[in-house]
Ligand binder design. Structure first.
Ligand code: OGA
Ligand code: NI
Length: 368
């Protein structure tokens, strides 16, 4: 039976959700303390104070320079090797010289800022939890199921495959052209990364693309307002990404993204113009555990806003939901037996959406 504390929490969550103004709306009302729904449980905070941070200047996820991947075979081989090592160990790396112009990258961040800076009346038009809506704005998809509400607001834009293109008119005017342009570029980079990752698995370059890993993509435009009590809140709780691959663009100045490395949180330092790439659960699964979908989170800060745009390649999400994914046959042998069951995409997505990211990890469910 739900306790009165649970009832009280649910009431507060509903009241917050009904403002449709997100966390920025709260901050704009001149808040000095964060509401209880954003305070992490005391056990979690106690645990946190025991963790020592790695000296972040000494330890960093690999930075891979993608120049010349299309024209120089030797260079490509070296890059594939770097991608393989990073994907097997950290599950995270940053890429530079990735081909997306700086104007497009900066434009995307700027568009997200402009969207969030608008009058609440404009933002409310997009406020929704209906996953069928390709463009929706809310604080987080798992607000009602998570242990702690996330200190962020997110605009989600789904781009499905060529059969059902997303039209510019569906997007909010302040970021319309900028997001369309970014989407076009990030799709090309996504396929190029899938090519490198396929080769890193010893497969033909187009193997992962042919599996429709990049059939659609989804942009999560995250806006983390400055937080008056950052030590008590969390931007995004500890999680791994559910899809195949994530390409994350973060703002140039404020740090926030951290990855778990040998039991400790390591900051992913923003590098101007760089993009963060990380392996998702589905790629760990189809690679039969060779690549690692690593846990990460985003902290909050007195300084803000911090803006990030995560592009998720999650398969044909608006297409063939009856598609089945399992460990790639070529990667299975007597020495490397299958470690995951097959996944029916529709079931996978339904499971993911039925709970919160702090309570569910797809990989645990599908492990043999
Ligand atoms: C995510 C994520 C981190 C960030 O959206 O899945 O991990 O820095 N975001 O915003
Ligand atoms: Ni993530």
């Amino acid at each position: 039976m739900a306790s009165s504390a649970d009832d009280e929490r649910m009431k507060m969550l509903k009241a917050f959700d009904e403002t449709k103004a997100g966390v920025k709306g709260l901050m704009d009302s001149g808040l000095l303390k964060i509401p209880n729904i954003f305070v992490r449980p005391s056990e979690e905070l106690a645990q946190e104070s025991l963790l020592t941070y790695k000296n972040t200047t000494q330890i960093q996820v690999p930075v891979i320079d993608l120049s010349d991947i299309q024209i120089n075979d030797d260079k490509r081989k070296q890059i594939v090797e770097q991608v393989r090592i990073a994907s097997e160990t950290w599950g995270f790396f940053q890429v530079v010289n990735h081909g997306i112009p700086l104007t497009v990258v900066d434009g995307m961040i700027d568009g997200v800022r402009k969207f969030n800076d608008q009058d609440v009346v404009e933002k409310k038009k997009y406020y929704s939890r209906d996953i069928k809506r390709r463009v929706r704005f809310n604080s987080s998809y798992d607000l009602f199921t998570s242990t702690t509400a996330s200190w962020k607001d997110t605009l989600t834009i789904s781009f499905s495959g060529p059969a059902h293109p997303t039209h510019p008119e569906e997007l909010p005017p302040p970021c319309r052209e900028l997001a369309m342009e970014y989407s076009k570029h990030v799709e090309i980079l996504g396929n190029s990364m899938l090519g490198l990752l396929s080769e890193a698995l010893g497969l033909k370059t187009d193997h992962l693309e042919n599996m429709e890993c990049s059939e659609g993509h989804r942009l999560h435009c995250n806006y983390y307002p400055a937080c008056p009590e950052p030590q008590l809140a969390i931007g995004i709780t500890n999680h791994s990404d559910a899809g195949f691959l994530t390409i994350l663009l973060q703002n140039q100045i404020v740090t926030g993204l951290q990855v778990l490395h040998q039991g400790q949180w390591v900051d992913i330092q923003p590098i101007p113009g760089a993009l963060v790439i990380n392996i998702g659960d589905l790629l760990q699964l189809v690679s039969n555990g060779k690549f690692r979908s690593n846990e990460h989170r985003a902290t909050t800060s007195h300084i803000g806003p911090r803006i990030s745009v995560a592009c998720f390649l999650s398969g044909p999400l608006n297409g063939d939901m009856n598609k089945i994914y399992g460990p790639i046959e070529e990667l299975i042998s007597e020495e490397n037996p299958r470690v995951y069951r097959n996944v029916l995409l529709s079931e996978y997505v339904a499971k993911f959406l039925s709970t919160s990211m702090d309570k569910y990890r797809a990989l645990d469910y599908y492990k043999l």
